[in-house]
Design a protein around this ligand. Structure first.
Ligand SMILES: NC(=O)c1ccc[n+]([C@@H]2O[C@H](COP(=O)([O-])OP(=O)(O)OC[C@H]3O[C@@H](n4cnc5c(N)ncnc54)[C@H](OP(=O)(O)O)[C@@H]3O)[C@@H](O)[C@H]2O)c1
Length: 313
């Protein structure tokens, strides 16, 4: 058990969707939260990371910083995705070892798993097959992050662990239709269809593929649970273990938004992999499970969207 009392915890990437949720969750813990902006410490620059770490000496680090983006961004900027992510994680993990940081949690993503992994995807599926080619640059960097934590544990006895969250949604998600993930994209489209009085709304793909979604506040709770209670070599999946079809997802969003028009499925758009569900039996056995239902999480997220995106646009 890692006791957070009076600990100084650096949330790297505190301005991102996950980092903000972790900072919100740590407000309920008896610890001090450390943060640093990119202008003061560019995490791709080793000297800046080493200098900030030497000055601040956190007791623990939650590594939420990363270059993150959708398929288009990954495909357009593969060098930036692999280089920035390798640098950010290498600099922070090596500096954590130099400064004798007691605990570090590295955050990856479910894209580390092979494209054709059997479902639900267990932790052991790592490196058993080919990756999805569209985001392999990002995935390779994230796999290297897991391996860095394992190598520092093996060689130096560092208590560095890794968590792999499924698809996330919630406050501070990206609602830009050009670059957003499925939930904010569908929520925005649905909202705009309602406001404009449309009779129907377009949905990309067949609606038949299945996806798992975790509210970002549940993700933050799971991260803090692992920080406190987990100390081992293998990474841990972080999800709900439940999935829905895209059609079920859109219907729930329609209900939340209050749009009762019909759905037009554009089957000329790609569906992607038919199913992607994490096996969460490991984290469940460790004693943690998610608490926010998809309907409740979508309701909260729509309210956040109305309060923060619509009222300010
Ligand atoms: N979002 C999801 O659905 C999802 C799902 C699974 C896993 N994850 C994982 O969760 C982690 C966080 O994702 P997120 O959605 O919160 O991403 P995000 O909103 O894009 O936040 C990323 C954070 O990293 C910081 N950052 C990036 N490059 C930096 C640099 N060179 N120097 C300093 N700071 C830098 C950003 O700072 P600025 O604010 O200055 O840009 C930002 O605060 C990632 O590892 C991702 O793989 C996310």
């Amino acid at each position: 058990m890692f006791d957070l009392t009076n600990k100084r915890i650096w949330v790297a990437g505190h301005r991102g969707m996950v980092g903000r949720a972790v900072v919100r969750a740590l407000a309920d813990e008896p610890c001090e939260v450390l943060t640093v902006d990119r202008q003061s410490c560019d995490l791709t620059r080793q000297s800046e990371v080493e200098s900030w770490m030497a000055d601040n000496k956190p007791d623990a680090i939650i590594l939420c910083a990363a270059r993150v983006g959708g398929i288009l961004a990954n495909d357009t900027y593969p060098a930036d995705f692999i280089y920035d992510n390798l640098m950010i994680e290498s600099h922070i993990i090596a500096a954590a070892h130099q400064q004798k940081t007691e605990k570090l949690l590295f955050l990856g993503s479910s894209c580390i798993y092979p494209k054709m992994a059997s479902q639900p995807i267990s932790e052991q599926a790592l490196l058993t097959g080919d990756l999805e080619p569209t985001n392999e640059w990002y995935a390779i960097a994230k796999i290297a992050g897991i391996k860095l934590c394992q190598a520092y544990r093996k060689q130096h006895g560092c208590d560095f662990i890794s968590a792999m969250p499924t698809n996330l949604y919630g406050p501070y998600d990206n609602f830009d239709l050009q670059s957003s993930h499925v939930i904010p994209a569908l929520m925005r489209k649905c909202h705009e269809a309602k406001i404009s009085g449309s009779e129907s709304m377009e949905v990309w793909g067949s609606g038949k593929v299945m996806r798992e979604f975790l509210h970002v506040d549940d993700c933050a709770a799971g991260i803090i649970y692992l920080l406190k209670h987990y100390s081992d070599h293998e990474h841990v999946n972080l999800g709900t273990g439940e999935d829905v079809t895209i059609t079920q997802l859109v219907e729930t969003i329609q209900h939340v938004v209050g749009f009762d028009g019909t759905l037009r499925f554009d089957t000329s758009k790609p569906d992607g992999t038919p199913r992607k569900l994490l096996d969460v039996s490991k984290i469940n056995q460790l004693g943690w499970t998610h608490t926010t239902s998809l309907a409740q999480g979508l309701t909260d997220t729509y309210q956040w969207f109305l309060d923060n995106q619509i009222s300010k646009s």
